[in-house]
Design a protein. Structure first.
Length: 185
């Protein structure tokens, strides 16, 4: 599972992107698919983690006061494939408890020591069509992948502009799965 970051991480705040979801449950894995797209792009100092369902592992990866952009399937009662950018207020009002992840993003944040919690949280939410066992995304959600990635890039650019983060010239790509990291370049 990819992780991409610059060799010279921004001083503060760190900007973390977390792709969430279960790849074995159809559209529920859309956050992982978008994270894989973003990991192949220059995100100017942001770190991309493919977390999948290992949400508690994200607690260990977040530096204190990080800005967190999660990408996940969220039931918003919209047409399948709808992409929405939810800010912290929207995130808490539309939150989904556990579901296929076992522990959800909101439970994870609640479990964190207050001093280690993200300073900002936003979610690129994609309306799933199905969460049935299977590896394939529904056609509507598959078509939404580039739009979801573009929405994430737009927010990341705004956040970088706000905090002044800049990329280092030599990115490192890591595979990260349930606590194990392996370098690949």
């Amino acid at each position: 599972m990819p992780l991409r970051h610059s060799t010279d991480a921004p001083a503060a705040p760190a900007i973390i992107v977390a792709g969430l979801g279960n790849l074995f449950m159809g559209d529920d894995g859309v956050g992982v698919h978008v994270a894989n797209i973003l990991a192949q792009q220059d995100l100017d100092g942001s770190v991309v983690y493919d977390i999948g369902t290992a949400i508690l592992h994200l607690m260990d990866l977040l530096p204190p006061a990080a800005w967190l952009l999660a990408i996940d399937a969220v039931d918003m009662n919209c047409a399948p494939g709808t992409v929405a950018l939810l800010d912290a207020t929207d995130v808490w009002s539309k939150r989904q408890h556990a579901g296929a992840h076992g522990v959800g993003l909101f439970e994870m944040i609640t479990l964190m020591e207050p001093s280690r919690r993200p300073a900002r949280v936003a979610v690129v939410a994609i309306q799933p069509e199905n969460a049935e066992p299977g590896l394939a995304l529904s056609p509507a959600v598959a078509v939404a992948l580039p739009h979801a990635a573009a929405s994430a890039r737009t927010l990341l650019a705004a956040w970088r502009s706000e905090c002044g983060a800049h990329a280092a010239p030599h990115p490192v790509v890591l595979n990260c799965f349930a606590g194990h990291a392996n370098a690949r370049g």
